[in-house]
Design a protein around this ligand. Structure first.
Ligand code: C5P
Length: 258
């Protein structure tokens, strides 16, 4: 077995276990999204993506904040550095706890966004959200990468872009389960790895491929797991979320279980 497979992959140490589960509120309207958030009192972190944001607007963030929830605003900015920086500042103003931009926007875009966000937080006395990068969309297969002129090896691209995000001053990346280990080993323990594509054993995969269970993803070094349908479409969402949280806790090293 190679060294990289035998080294321990510890997740970031300072995140309370209950915050490690981010529930994706992939709904077409505010009513359904809020009904689910209100039905899950033990859940701490929710993700608002493009569909819900365009349907419900920035009220969605303030309504979740009013429930004392954390919000990952998943709008994946990709534009010229100035535009992305200003968008990140607006996301900070809304009170998002985590936001993301595309690493393929390049080092200058990422570094300017990270700097601009820090300066804005200081000037407005606001805590800036964790700024993370999307490396390669997990929907892209080898042939898609070749088509746009990228090398076909998705793990190589993901690690390269994660390291670029790190040198740009970003807090971490979104990564597919199969890339967690390589990114964790390259980027170290204080770099956040946020991982969708997670399914409890026996759950319906829907359109996700190459999934990991919550326990496997945490053991591989993920910090946060993004889970949607296994909770949002469950007959009992509260029980589904509790089961995943229990699995996360069990996979954490003893000192991090809280
Ligand atoms: O329902 P499911 O658990 O598959 O939802 C996963 C969530 O994570 C969705 O909101 C999806 O858009 C998001 N996501 C993903 N893969 C990525 C990035 C985000 O599945 N690479």
């Amino acid at each position: 077995m190679s060294d990289s497979l035998t080294q321990p992959c510890l997740p970031h140490p300072v995140i309370p276990p209950a915050e490690r589960l981010i529930i994706a509120l992939d709904f077409p309207d505010e009513r359904q999204a809020m009904a689910l958030a209100e039905a899950l009192p033990a859940a701490v972190y929710f993700k608002v993506g493009l569909e819900l944001y365009l349907a419900a607007g920035d009220r969605m963030v303030s309504k979740l904040k009013a429930l004392v929830k954390k919000v990952f605003l998943d709008l994946k900015f990709h534009d010229i550095p100035n535009t992305v920086t200003q968008a990140c500042r607006q996301a900070c103003r809304l009170g998002a706890d985590m936001i993301n931009i595309h690493a393929l926007g390049g080092l200058r875009m990422m570094a300017q966004a990270a700097d601009g966000l820090r300066q804005y937080g200081e000037a407005e006395n606001l805590r800036p959200p964790a700024l993370i990068a999307v490396t390669i969309l997990t929907s892209m297969a080898e042939e898609d990468m070749i088509e746009v002129g990228l090398p076909p090896a998705s793990e190589v691209n993901a690690v390269r872009l994660a390291m670029l995000a790190r040198s740009s001053g970003l807090a971490g990346v979104v990564a597919s389960p199969r890339e967690i280990r390589a990114i964790r080993q390259a980027a170290g323990e204080d770099f956040l790895i946020v991982c969708p594509g997670v399914r409890p054993a026996g759950a319906d995969l829907a359109d996700q491929r190459r999934v990991m269970t919550p326990g496997e993803a945490i053991a591989a070094g993920a910090d946060y797991l993004v889970v949607g349908r296994p909770i949002t479409r469950a007959a009992d969402p509260q029980a589904a979320a509790a089961g995943i949280l229990a699995e996360i806790r069990a996979a954490l090293p003893g000192v991090l279980r809280g």
